[in-house]
Design a protein. Structure first.
Lengths: 114, 113
């Protein structure tokens, strides 16, 4: 069974500040991990994915995430927040066969203050 | 390359009615998954179709059903609508192979009154 925990349903940062969104996973097999972003009334857009290659994954819009097996974590970071980063972010886990559904965390709403 | 298209974008139905939602995946993708998103339950997996066969199923009642056609387009049907079925229904398209990367449509916002 797989599960994802996102710590903090709301995160607020100032424009230009570091963004850190936390994700911890539980999986009985080596997982694939994803971060998605959702803007209001929109679908989900893939930011980045970890598929057992490099543990530091770079994504779109300046985001990156590091897979830490010992901590079962896959936290999302961005060095400098922009106003346009305000959205809801979802961490998701999948098994490596790709034949199971994504299991999503509950989401973290990011607010960026001017 | 066209993205995932879901129709309609918005829908209002009355309790007890049934509804059909449509999803056209990215060209060449054989897997279509459906998710329900609500403020209380978050994103929950409904089912996945791969090459016209249901490959995975979530924990939803039988009122929720789906199908996939030979061109990979998929439909989702909800019968005997309940107020609690009000949600954003998202469709995701993927190749279905490993590693998988799902591309989401913009969703259909269903309101049951």
């Amino acid at each position: 069974a797989q599960s994802v925990t996102q710590l903090g349903s709301h995160v607020s940062v100032s424009e230009g500040a570091l963004v850190l969104l936390r994700c911890n996973y539980s999986s009985s097999v080596p997982p694939y991990l994803f971060w998605y972003v959702q803007y209001p009334n929109q679908g989900l857009q893939l930011l980045l994915k970890y598929t057992s290659a490099a543990t530091l994954v770079k994504g779109i819009n300046g985001f990156e995430a590091e897979f830490k097996k010992s901590e079962t974590s896959f936290h999302l970071t961005k060095p400098s927040a922009h106003m346009s980063d305000a959205a809801e972010y979802f961490c998701a886990v999948s098994d490596p066969t790709g034949r199971r559904a994504l299991t999503f965390g509950s989401g973290t709403r990011l607010q960026v203050q001017p | 390359k066209a993205g995932v298209t879901q129709t309609p974008r918005y829908l209002i139905k009355t309790r007890g009615q049934q509804v059909t939602l449509s999803c056209s995946p990215i060209s060449g993708h054989r897997s279509v998954s459906w998710y329900q998103q609500t403020p209380g339950q978050g994103l929950q997996f409904l089912f996945e179709y791969f090459s016209e066969t249901q490959r995975n199923k979530g924990n939803f009642p039988g009122r929720f059903s789906g199908r996939q056609f030979s061109n990979s387009r998929s439909e989702m049907n909800v019968s005997t609508l309940e107020l609690g079925d009000s949600a954003l229904y998202l469709c995701a398209s993927s190749s279905g192979d490993s590693p998988t990367e799902a591309f989401f449509g913009q969703g259909t916002r269903l309101t049951v009154v």
